[in-house]
Design a protein around this ligand. Structure first.
Ligand SMILES: C[S@@+](CC[C@H](N)C(=O)[O-])C[C@H]1O[C@@H](n2cnc3c(N)ncnc32)[C@H](O)[C@@H]1O
Length: 269
């Protein structure tokens, strides 16, 4: 396992306090896990007519699971964390790693297989996980790879990024799922469509604005894209110190403007 990042006690305390404060008030803004609406095709037709919310498919690319698996199989990756585990389809790819942490308040995992090392399943929202982890002091592991796929609301994905970056080993990569929505309805903060990216697309945009030291690539992985973030700095505190400003900036971005220029943000790799 890679050496744990050299986090000191003061930094762990700062992180625990950040997650404690926000976890207290961080209920999803609307019902972010509601079910899709009945007669969804009719809804899409009226949204297209009213708001020009037409489907903009991504250029065909490999599935996000192929992109994820390729990185999990890298010999440099021994330690992994995923927020949003669901049925464990992506977490199960990590059976050969040394440590694979999955965080989800309501995972739908099979009864066996994830109850032993390398798996460690934390049945709680990611804010509570990070609060408790950092509340215990500096962490004794560092991450080579993380996959953010929990609650698909921008601020939650941002805090997941803050938590995993603080745990990053040198050379760590963070993947963020669902950053290339195909229509505005799919990217709503309140879920009413079957396929739902939420507004996680804002996260790479704010990182490019506030953290130009990071490398933030968008990959057209099917069906709704992946962000690949490298150049992490576990000691960087900017996103915590300027959290309100970062969130306000992200929420001011327009989904229609993003969709209109979406493909220009996608890298060729
Ligand atoms: C899209 S699914 C994850 C799919 C999985 N990563 C895969 O690729 O197979 C999203 C999951 O996020 C979980 N979730 C919802 N709110 C969460 C939170 N606050 N923290 C972590 N996970 C959360 C849900 O319970 C759900 O299982």
């Amino acid at each position: 396992m890679r050496e744990a990042s050299r986090m000191d006690k003061a930094r762990a305390k700062q992180l625990a306090e950040f997650f404690r404060t926000l976890a207290d008030t961080s209920a999803a803004p609307w019902n972010a896990s509601a079910n899709f609406t009945p007669r969804e095709p009719d809804l899409h037709a009226s949204l297209a007519e009213l708001y020009d919310d037409r489907l903009r498919p991504l250029k065909p690319g490999p599935s996000y699971k192929v992109e994820l698996e390729r990185r999990i199989r890298s010999p440099l990756v021994t330690t992994y964390l995923e927020t949003g585990v669901n049925t464990g389809e992506s977490l199960r790819l990590c059976s050969d790693l040394e440590l694979a942490i999955g965080v989800d308040p309501a995972p739908k995992l099979p009864p066996e297989g994830f109850d032993r090392p390398p798996f460690r399943v934390e049945r709680k929202p990611s804010d509570a996980f990070f609060q408790e982890l950092f509340g215990e002091g500096p962490s004794d592991f560092a991450l080579d790879l993380a996959f953010i796929d929990g609650l698909h609301v921008f601020e939650f994905a941002l805090r997941d990024f803050i938590g995993v970056e603080a745990l990053a080993a040198h050379g760590c990569t963070v993947l963020v799922h669902d950053v290339l929505p195909r229509r505005a309805a799919e990217a709503a903060r309140h879920r009413f469509t079957r396929s739902w990216t939420g507004d996680v697309w804002r996260l790479p945009m704010v990182l490019r604005q506030f953290r130009p030291d990071l490398r933030v690539e968008l990959v057209a992985a099917a069906p709704t894209g992946l962000a690949v973030i490298t150049g992490l700095d576990a000691a960087n505190t900017l996103l915590i110190e300027r959290y309100d400003e970062v969130v306000a900036y992200g929420l001011r971005l327009s989904v229609m403007a993003f969709l209109a220029e979406r493909d220009a943000h996608v890298s060729l790799v």
